[in-house]
Design a protein around this ligand. Structure first.
Ligand SMILES: Nc1ncnc2c1ncn2[C@@H]1O[C@H](COP(=O)(O)OP(=O)(O)OP(=O)(O)O)[C@@H](O)[C@H]1O
Ligand SMILES: [Mg+2]
Length: 292
């Protein structure tokens, strides 16, 4: 049995706006095991960043608990937008020192993430997005974390930088025994790096399980929809109606878009149900073999 590092239970967070109350997280529960990468996938606005910020303590949830095991030391976050997450008037060295408070260590970390000593005196605007994201990674490592929320660490970068940053994160994980909550809207990126994948839609978990299970035997229609957008071998390609986006307050949030919906889907939310060891989905239409 793997050691659980993080337990999240019944997490909810609402925001108030002129349009009313928005449930950014709606009763979210999951575990993260030590040393694993849990990928969090879903379209823009589904609550991924809100989840990441709650987990590292930057946002206070309305309800629910976030418990790290006693063995856990420090948690850090790599932010979605490298330019907006640093002070433009700080040098690279100062940015990294924010977490480690040690100039020698900052320089060592900058080398570790592939920057040169010359770059320590640069300002953010003098760096490329890829270089600045490396600074963000060095800053996270400066806090000696054992857990890092990687919030879309490559989505603001050119494709040419993306795979380099992903392999850097993979190497650092091996060397430092890190646990990642790896957030992305891109299933193609997450399926490479994650041990398990959690699919979110409108603040709720639609499906969670081992990457191979979720990718090869997707149980939720929304996961199938996401996979059908990924250029990879995937059997069924069902046409999804993505126009209808009405709000369903009590039912499944995906029901208005779902080609398989029944009346019950619009009325009652389906809680996550185990289909296969550790593979769960929130859908009324699932057979135990994972098919529709
Ligand atoms: N501080 C805030 N005040 C009001 N609404 C917010 C706030 N932060 C987030 N939201 C709203 O909550 C929802 C979830 O936002 P969040 O940033 O967590 O989504 P996301 O999945 O990270 O999206 P993206 O893929 O675009 O980064 C969105 O509808 C967003 O507009
Ligand atoms: Mg986000």
């Amino acid at each position: 049995m793997k050691e659980v590092l993080l337990k999240v239970r019944n997490l909810s967070k609402t925001f108030r706006s002129d349009k009313g109350i928005l449930k950014a997280l709606d009763d979210v529960s999951f575990d993260v095991c030590k040393g694993e990468t849990l990928g969090v996938v879903g379209e823009s606005g589904c609550g991924k960043t809100t989840l990441g910020r709650c987990v590292v303590g930057l946002l206070k949830p309305d309800h629910g608990t976030i418990v790290f095991s006693d063995a856990s030391k420090h948690k850090q976050i790599i932010f979605q937008d490298p330019y907006n997450s640093v002070d433009p008037y700080w040098t690279v060295e100062k940015i990294v020192c924010e977490t480690c408070n040690d100039r020698k260590k900052a320089v060592k970390l900058l080398k570790e993430v592939g920057l040169t000593e010359d770059e320590k005196d640069s300002f953010p605007h003098e760096l490329s997005g890829g270089q600045l994201q490396r600074v963000g990674i060095a800053r996270a490592l400066g806090g000696d974390p054992d857990f890092i929320v990687c919030d879309e660490p490559v989505s603001a970068l050119d494709v040419s930088y993306q795979s380099k940053i992903i392999s850097l994160l993979e190497d650092l994980q091996q060397e430092n025994d890190l646990t990642y909550l790896f957030i992305s809207h891109d299933l193609a990126v997450v399926r490479h790096i994650a041990d398990r994948i959690m699919i979110m839609y409108k603040g709720q978990i639609m499906e969670i399980g081992e990457t191979s299970q979720v990718v090869n035997k997707p149980a939720h229609p929304y996961t199938r929809f996401l996979l059908s957008a990924v250029p990879a071998p995937f059997g069924e390609k069902k046409q999804f109606d993505i126009r209808d986006d009405e709000v369903v307050s009590e039912g499944c949030p995906f029901a208005p878009r779902c080609p398989y919906r029944k009346d019950v889907c619009l009325k009652n939310r389906r809680m996550l149900k185990e289909i296969y060891e550790g593979h769960m989905a929130a859908c009324y239409n699932i057979n135990t073999d994972g098919g529709q």
